[in-house]
Design a protein around this ligand. Structure first.
Ligand code: XMP
Ligand code: MG
Length: 185
């Protein structure tokens, strides 16, 4: 596999990501066997690849499984999130009375997700859980309920597999640590 020159090291290969998502999909399949209606909410843009692989790893023939997307941005300056989210694009459908899983790419401080969950809870879903591909456990500033976690990672800046820096590197099939010189110029 050829690695992009701006990547310091590959953290998880595409195969490792796929294998882990199969396991997460099995867990979700098992937990939602009795669900009538399950909505997976992808948070754009970072979660688009994770969503595509996760939904294929869920096998619930007796459940109405649907996919919806939101685009949010966190108010604040520079790289620190303020914890107040602005909704740039909202869901198309009503989630009241439905089982909901938020599908996120990464949790850093947890502030963005915490604010999003308050917003979604107010819409009265039957249940609300989170599936996040990556969690920077040591960076968490708030406790966020996060039931399905792909991988815990150290506090480094990750790109690839949907995750970007300045809209670059989303297309990489693996998750990699970005070289410092790539975000300094
Ligand atoms: P908080 O701190 O609110 O932030 O949990 C979560 C959001 O911050 C972005 N983020 C990253 N994006 N590589 C990225 O591509 C990273 O290593 C990274 N860390 C945080 C991301 O938008 C996430 O939704
Ligand atoms: Mg995000």
């Amino acid at each position: 596999m050829s690695v992009h020159p701006h990547i310091k090291r590959v953290i998880f290969t595409d195969q490792q990501i796929k294998d882990r998502i199969i396991e997460v999909g099995k867990e979700i399949t098992n937990d939602y066997k009795d669900s009538k209606e399950l909505v997976l909410i992808g948070v754009l843009k970072g979660s688009f690849m994770y969503m595509a692989d996760l939904v294929r790893a869920i096998n619930l023939p007796n459940t109405h499984v649907s996919v919806d997307f939101m685009s949010i941005s966190s108010y604040g300056h520079g790289t620190t999130s303020s914890g107040v989210v602005k909704i740039n694009m909202d869901l198309k459908a009503d989630i009241a009375g439905k089982d909901v899983i938020v599908v996120e790419d990464i949790i850093d401080t947890g502030l963005t997700l915490q604010s999003l969950l308050v917003n979604l809870q107010a819409r009265n879903p039957a249940s609300l859980q989170v599936s996040v591909l990556l969690r920077k456990k040591e960076a968490l500033k708030v406790e966020v309920p996060c039931k399905y976690i792909g991988f815990d990672i150290p506090i480094v800046f990750i790109v690839g597999y949907g995750l970007d820096f300045a809209e670059k590197y989303r297309e990489l099939p693996y998750l990699g640590e970005l070289k410092e010189e790539a975000y300094k110029n």
